[in-house]
Design a protein around this ligand. Structure first.
Ligand code: C2E
Ligand code: MG
Ligand code: MG
Ligand code: MG
Length: 283
């Protein structure tokens, strides 16, 4: 049983292994041509303040439209990109596209808060990662305070000294840091006090169980309390129902993201979405 970040659990059957390996190799080859052939594109999912209902940011989610297989889930191709090292080039491309899109929205007079970009563990490990981020900010002209990087607990489980150094440098630039899929990793919690964090993102599996089982409720409550005690903002992922939202608000969770508010949307649809909401708030 494997759990990829942000992706649901799946079984790995032995009979399936051979087919999976061939598919894997083929996708790896195809992925090499994906950027240059314009097969990758980005979608954006809004994040909301649960108290005021305002948009506080957008999470960037990469998509791959494969010429033969159609849409391939990032749950499938991000791990392949990590294993083959292609995530370094793909990750820089995603960051640059996202920052460029942000500056376009700003130029159009749209206030979308921060732009949250997922960073995989392998990408973060690259020695030039911080320099790359700094260079992209410079090239696109995006102020660092509008950029948030989402890393998972697996990033923090790497060599703590190196991780601290990198995160401190990103923090010094003014970039915000969030822990994604929080509560699903296996790390000790002490790292939370040793790195410059801004936000915890409660994994969507807990949000899904919130009104179904006591354990999910207890863990969600504990994460919110702990986050607040440490001075962190807490966002719940995968909010799908009004009842979940009500429960999260009652527990003083700061922010939410999920199908209840909006699916991941194209940049164009985000523009329409934000304009309409701003209009609704004025009238
Ligand atoms: P994640 O970062 O935890 O992203 C949240 C995932 O949950 C996204 O799936 C999103 O579409 C989905 N989601 C949002 N709201 C709901 C909801 O209400 N219910 C349910 N069931 N799902 C919801 P997606 O886009 O398929 O991405 C899956 C994972 O792939 C992400 O999890 C992230 O780990 C990875 N990923 C996606 N884009 C990127 C990227 O640009 N770079 C890297 N390194 N990883 C990425
Ligand atoms: Mg998740
Ligand atoms: Mg994420
Ligand atoms: Mg997540």
């Amino acid at each position: 049983v494997a759990k990829e970040r942000g992706c649901s659990r799946y079984q790995c059957y032995a009979a399936d292994m051979h087919a999976r390996t061939i598919e894997h190799l083929m996708l790896e080859g195809d992925l090499r041509r994906a950027i240059e052939s314009d097969q990758l594109f980005l979608e954006y999912q809004p994040q909301f303040d649960l108290t005021h209902g305002t948009i506080i940011g957008m999470e960037v989610l990469v998509r791959w439209l494969h010429p033969k297989h159609g849409l391939v889930s990032p749950c499938k191709f991000i791990p392949i990109a990590e294993e083959s090292g292609q995530i370094v080039a793909i990750g820089s491309w995603i960051l640059e596209q996202a920052c460029e899109q942000y500056t376009r929205w700003t130029a159009d007079g749209l206030d979308i808060g921060t732009i949250a970009v997922n960073v995989s563990a392998y990408q973060f490990q690259h020695p030039d990662f911080v320099d790359m981020v700094e260079a992209v900010l410079k090239r696109t002209g995006l102020a660092a305070e509008y950029l948030e990087l989402e890393v998972t607990e697996s990033v923090v489980m790497q060599d703590m000294h190196t991780v601290q150094d990198k995160l401190n440098r990103l923090h010094a630039l003014g970039i915000k840091l969030a822990i994604d899929d929080f509560g699903t990793g296996y790390s000790s919690l002490s790292y939370l006090t040793q790195i410059p964090l801004h936000r915890l993102k409660i994994d969507q599996s807990f949000t899904a169980g919130l009104l179904k089982d006591r354990e999910s409720l207890a863990i969600t409550q504990a994460i919110i309390h702990m986050g607040h005690s440490l001075g962190l903002d807490v966002l719940a992922e995968g909010v799908k129902t009004v009842d979940q939202e009500t429960q999260l608000r009652a527990m003083a969770c700061n922010a939410g993201q999920g199908y209840l508010y909006a699916k991941p949307l194209s940049a164009e649809d985000i523009t329409t979405f934000v304009r309409r909401r701003t209009q609704e708030q004025i009238t």
